[in-house]
Design a binder for this molecule. Structure first.
Ligand code: GLN
Length: 468
């Protein structure tokens, strides 16, 4: 049963078989799921402890000699001459990259419908989106095409698709994983993270990809132990549940019910749960949607038709820029560039961008204060389960869904989404946020929930049967 195998399962399996099985699965399933933008024809196979284990990489992470499009027309034919640090490390350990996964263009979105190429489908219900922006990565892992994948998370893009597809998605503490080779969206928020079929696999990948990198000065040299305490229990731990979760209008009633079961499970595990007020949390979406577009508008200035990427020939530099950027960027990306340029302009900088930075500080102080008293904060990952492709068009409704995931990026803390039950036959996720550098503890808490969740089979998460 290749499709259900975790990285750890692969270690005791005939490695030569793995790649063949992965390709077979991609060939039969991906025409329906559409998770891959590129499938690698001749993969590079290195020696190492994880030799032959097939994985996929989100298409905004640079892979040497393999097209890296960011799901954008502006980078449609871009082939990086180097590997992102996280990719290089995985390759050095023997992992084999079989393909690059679909995403919302430049990681701006929550559904993978905003890819410039095509929409990816949710393996649990192919009428629905897989979440986003790392929807391709979550979908190919959930549908068992590869064993694990990397995504990127600026405001929830690893956790929310993991929750929609019923797999594990981990966003590490900011600075633990190098961003070298990750195509920048909002640099103060971006982190690469694993999408896997078990919490242990997420920890295992973190052991490999985390660490100081001379190519990214925001990486820290602190050594984090992700794996060795993961099986320890959580007796006596204290969890906070923000009261704001229940006050949120768009919270689906059944998601709320499942979340009550989370609280009962926590108590069964010997932990204490307390409801706390974190009033500034309700400003997180507004703050994020000022800061992220501002940073994006600056980061995306480099795609001008001159240096690399698409160029639409035109007489005169200004016209060439305009034509290139108009043809190369999709609607959502252009919306964010306009938003960001506006909030950074001399007339509005104080009123918007600077204000947002101040609110970011307040949110960070409030959340850090709670985490000084509690071991973790629990919320649903998303207020709703996966929705139908094409059903949400209003940008504001779409942005508001990010309510529970953006705080962790604004504060720079670790957060994981693990499957916790189903709503109308679609998986939903539990989010666990911890203190900065408490990544090991977050994974350990997640592992305890994974083991005892009434929705899992003997401590293993349930995976979908894809109908083709
Ligand atoms: N949904 C959020 C956005 O659209 C988060 C995206 C991300 O984490 N890359 O910006």
């Amino acid at each position: 049963m290749f499709e259900k195998m975790t990285i750890e399962d692969c270690l005791n399996y005939n490695r030569e078989e793995l790649i063949t099985q992965s390709y077979e699965r991609i060939r039969s399933i991906d025409p329906v799921i559409k998770g891959f933008i590129t499938v690698v024809e001749k993969p590079q196979i290195n020696d190492g402890p994880y030799r032959g284990i097939p994985i996929a990489i989100k298409d905004n992470i640079a892979t040497k000699g393999i097209k890296t499009t960011c799901a954008s027309k502006i980078l449609e034919n871009y082939v990086p001459p180097y590997d992102a640090t996280c990719v290089k490390r995985l390759k050095d350990y023997g992992f084999v990259i079989l393909g690059k996964t679909n995403m919302d263009e430049f990681a701006m979105g929550s559904s993978t419908e905003r890819s410039a190429f095509f929409a990816t489908r949710n393996p649990w219900d192919t009428d629905c989106v897989p979440g986003g922006s790392s929807g391709g990565s979550a979908a190919v892992v959930a549908s068992g095409q590869v064993v694990a994948a990397l995504g990127s998370d600026t405001g929830g893009s690893v956790r929310q698709p993991a929750s929609f597809c019923g797999v594990v998605g981990f966003k590490p503490t900011y600075g633990l994983v190098s961003r070298y080779g990750l195509i920048a969206f909002a640099s103060s928020l971006d982190q690469v993270g694993p999408i896997t079929k078990s919490v242990r696999d997420a920890a295992l990948m973190m052991e490999i990809i985390a660490g100081k990198d001379p190519f990214d000065s925001t990486t820290v040299s602190r050594k984090i132990d992700f794996l060795s305490q993961i099986e320890e229990d959580i007796h006596g731990m204290k969890f906070a549940v923000p009261k704001e979760v229940y006050e949120y209008e768009q919270l689906d009633g059944e998601v709320a019910e499942r979340f009550e079961e989370v609280i009962r499970t926590a108590q069964k595990l010997g932990a204490m749960v307390e409801r706390v007020k974190i009033p500034s949390m309700k400003y997180a979406v507004a703050t994020y949607y000022v800061i992220a577009p501002a940073e994006a508008s600056s980061n995306l200035a480099r795609y001008d038709g001159v240096k690399y990427g698409l160029r639409i020939e035109e007489t005169g530099l200004r016209d060439m820029y305009m034509k290139t950027r108009n043809a190369g960027f999709g609607e959502e990306v252009r919306r964010r560039i306009v938003l960001g340029t506006f909030t950074l302009s001399a007339a509005y900088y104080e009123a918007y961008f600077n204000k947002a930075l101040k609110v970011r500080k307040i949110i960070a102080n409030d959340i850090n204060q709670v985490l000084d008293k509690f071991d973790a904060i629990l919320t649903p990952t998303s207020p709703i389960p996966a929705f139908k492709v094409g059903s949400i068009s209003d940008p504001l409704t779409y942005y508001l869904m990010d309510i529970f995931t953006v705080p962790a990026n604004l504060v720079g803390i670790p957060a994981i989404s693990i499957p916790f039950g189903f709503v109308r036959n679609k998986p939903i996720g539990l989010q666990i946020m911890g203190k900065r550098f408490d990544d090991g503890k977050v994974l350990r808490i997640a592992r305890n929930f994974e083991k005892t969740s009434p929705y899992n089979d003997n401590g293993r998460i349930r995976l979908p049967v894809v109908r083709i």
